[in-house]
Design a protein. Structure first.
Length: 765
């Protein structure tokens, strides 16, 4: 039955598309045999596929060569025959594939435990591969070094071939006047002279052939006959030695037969899973979940054989409270496509394939899928369309169980409408008792009524645009559909009298139930649209709330990180300032402290008194240093006009002042030892060098980072980092740190007097 179902649902087309993704002979064979996976194995198979999809999306596909089926090779070898170089190379290719796969998977295996159970079965055969590569070249020839005897034979052959070529060159020159061409040619495996036929008696040798025109006779000179015979013997020896080498290598391959065949089968299976994963990635399909309770949940499902730009996504849901769905509506509205979409996706899922839904579907396992879709006429069995239809239904009714899925298109058609409708109602009630999952399309009003009155049966329809009278192919659950027969007739300009007569006939037959059904349908349709609108608004509100919560959490996280960083920086600054002050106080309390040392300490801390500069009684000019007494500002003149000058202060600020407010002063004396950087209200002294000798690399980098902060804040332009010689690890760490800093203009090892290779001199931008 499944073969028929596969044809009805067009599963073969899906299988061919997946097969196109396979690389190996065994992988393609497994896809040719693709069928329902046993229930006990389906969850594992789907899990492997899901992990393979994730792996390939993150890290790419495994490098699997076009592996051949090696089983027949061992049947040949078991009979005592030697394998060919090509066959042995196929074995080698599998071993290389195993090496590539295991190497690629090794670093990621903890993330993919289901796949790991597969790859752990692969066996490394490095020693055998080494032997194969020693003997067989990439062009499938046997390497000269395969054996000492082969090396000797080929060396002798090469020497003999050179001798033959040299001798032929002499003969070409000697017989030049009698030749039809100036080059020797090969005939019957021998090097021969192309001699003019009328001059053939002038060349001593063996005639091998004559040209079609008779103009040229091909003669092997007597001088080359013995050489050719010797070459022929060497060629036979070479073939025999190659056969001996391949026989020995075949014996070594046979010792690993079990591992080789197991690897070959596993490579094929990995390729099989990879092909399914490629198909899933290409089609944006998802691996479904297996439900232990009866359920079909296909969210926004699409038929995989319909043009992706045209297919309409629909959500299909069946469960114990609605295990039978009756789809009604106009012809050409998409009912058949809906049936096939449900059937095909369930079939694919149970074959271990990903399916085309917006997110992972949830499906229970069905023992059988029964379908009656399309023309059931059989010429061989002499059955009419209706007879074939009824024959299928009869088999379903007898065989179906609660673990089956049934798909029926246009139930009860092809016979008298009243009898067909009665048969359809009776069959649906039969299915309601046996409780399989059933999806049926129909036009019968009584089936619509069952959807309102019978437990487990639900109505559904395909939306139809009454304005344009065109189907939208959108599936609408819980609402039965209309056939729109008279409306369509009116749209296509059928005679109004005919339409009016049809309406009269309907009224005469009594249509109270139909009118009530239509009114109920309209009310349900309005409620459905209202519910969809409310659900959409609810979804939008939930999405907005989720985004706001995510943004709030991100802001809170950033704020907390900034607060912690600021707190750490504040504590560091306070600690350094306190330590600096404590060291200075301790030094000043030393009774042995000299006067100039105390002055230097006060200078470092910025505690010395600021004396007014000495005024120079000379005219000011561009570039001179000036003092604005009223502002107590000093700076260099960077701009002049007739009435005023512009100066830039020590802090970088610019001022303008009239000439009579400016006094010339001497340039400031550069501080050669240290500069003082202000950070908030804390003073931090920064030296012109930093000694890291004796520190660990991680400790030294922390101190270097803090020191460079002070260098930048203090506007130092050139400093020295002392790291010593040692192993060089500290020097390399310092240089890597400096390379990454944008404010470092350049750095170099110290010269003589600067610490040499034990120090690095840094220039700051």
């Amino acid at each position: 039955m499944r073969k028929d179902i596969a044809a009805i649902l067009e599963f073969d087309a899906i299988r061919d598309r997946v097969k196109d993704q396979a690389r190996t002979v065994r992988g393609k064979a497994l896809l040719d045999q693709l069928r329902f996976v046993p229930k006990a194995e389906l969850a594992t198979e789907l899990g492997r596929l899901d992990e393979m999809i994730v792996y390939m999306e993150r890290y790419g596909a495994f490098a699997i060569a076009s592996s051949q089926d090696v089983s027949p090779y061992f049947e040949i070898a078991a009979k005592g025959a030697a394998l060919t170089a090509s066959e042995i190379n196929d074995v080698g290719e599998d071993i290389r594939t195993v090496k590539r796969i295991t190497a690629a998977f090794k670093t990621h295996q903890v993330q993919f435990l289901t796949l790991q159970s597969l790859f752990s079965k692969l066996v490394a055969l490095d020693d055998l591969l080494k032997e194969i590569d020693r003997i067989i070249d990439r062009d499938l020839s046997i390497k000269d070094q395969a054996s000492h005897e082969l090396t000797r034979i080929r060396r002798k052959k090469k020497s003999l071939e050179q001798k033959i070529t040299s001798e032929m060159d002499k003969l070409l020159s000697h017989y030049d006047p009698y030749l039809a061409d100036k080059q020797a040619v090969i005939r019957n495996g021998h090097l021969v002279l192309p001699v003019l036929t009328q001059e053939k008696n002038r060349v001593e040798g063996i005639i091998h052939a004559m040209s079609d025109t008779g103009y040229t006779t091909f003669i092997e000179p007597t001088a080359l006959v013995l050489l050719h015979n010797e070459l022929y013997v060497l060629t036979i020896d070479e073939d025999q030695e190659i056969h001996r080498i391949l026989t020995e290598l075949t014996a070594k391959v046979l010792t690993k037969e079990a591992d080789i065949v197991a690897n070959n089968e596993m490579i094929g299976y990995i390729d099989f899973v990879s092909a399914k994963a490629r198909y899933a990635i290409d089609t944006k399909s998802h691996v479904g979940h297996l439900s232990e309770t009866p359920l079909i949940d296909l969210p926004k499902a699409r038929h995989p054989l319909i043009d992706p730009t045209k297919v309409v996504a629909n959500t299909f849901t069946l469960g114990p409270d609605g295990h039978i769905v009756v789809i009604t509506g106009p012809n050409a509205g998409g009912k058949t496509v809906a049936l096939k979409t449900i059937g095909l996706l369930v079939y694919m899922h149970q074959c271990g394939l990903a399916i085309l839904t917006s997110k992972p579907a949830t499906l229970s396992f069905f023992d059988n899928i029964y379908a009656d879709i399309g023309d059931s006429q059989s010429l061989l069995d002499n059955l009419s369309t209706f007879a074939g239809h009824v024959s299928n239904l009869a088999k379903m009714a007898e065989a179906v169980t609660s673990n089956d899925l049934v798909l029926i298109d246009e139930l009860g058609t092809g016979t008298d409408p009243e009898e067909g409708e009665a048969l359809a109602v009776s069959l649906i009630r039969h299915f309601a008792e046996k409780k399989p999952f059933v999806v049926v399309s129909s036009h019968f009003a009584m089936l619509k009524q069952l959807g309102f009155t019978t437990k487990g049966i639900k109505n559904a329809s395909m939306r139809f645009d009454e304005t344009t009278l065109r189907p939208t192919y959108e599936f609408i659950p819980d609402i039965p559909g209309r056939s729109y027969g008279l409306l369509m007739a009116r749209r296509y300009d059928m005679d109004a009298k005919i339409i009016a007569a049809a309406e009269t006939i309907i009224k005469e037959k009594g249509t109270t139930a139909k009118q009530l059904l239509d009114e109920l349908q309209q009310q349900l349709h309005a409620q459905q649209e209202l519910r969809q609108t409310m659900e959409e608004e609810k979804r939008q509100l939930q999405d907005r709330q989720a985004r706001l919560e995510k943004e709030y959490a991100k802001v809170a996280e950033t704020t907390e990180a900034m607060r912690q960083e600021a707190l750490k920086e504040r504590q560091r600054i306070i600690y350094e300032a306190e330590k600096q002050a404590q060291d200075a106080i301790s030094a000043l309390a030393n009774p042995a402290l000299k006067l100039h040392e105390a002055i230097a300490i006060k200078h470092e801390l910025g505690l010395e008194d600021e004396e007014p500069p000495e005024i120079i009684d000379e005219p000011l000019a561009m570039g001179d240093y000036a003092y604005i007494e009223a502002l107590e500002v000093r700076g260099r003149v960077i701009g002049v006009t007739k009435k005023e000058a512009t100066i830039v202060g020590d802090d970088g600020k610019t001022f303008k002042a009239k000439w009579n407010a400016l006094k010339k002063i001497a340039p400031p004396v550069p501080k050669v030892e240290k500069k003082v950087a202000m950070i908030g209200k804390t003073i931090r002294a920064v030296g012109l060098e930093l000694n890291l000798i004796g520190q660990r690399v991680d400790e030294a980098l922390i101190n270097l980072d803090q020191y460079m902060d002070g260098v930048i804040s203090g506007n130092l332009k050139r400093v020295r980092i002392i790291h010593g010689l040692g192993t060089g690890a500290l020097r390399r760490a310092v240089h890597e740190y400096l390379k990454a800093k944008p404010y470092v203009e350049s750095f170099r090892l110290g010269e003589s007097g600067e610490g040499g290779a034990g120090a690095t001199v840094v220039s700051i931008k």
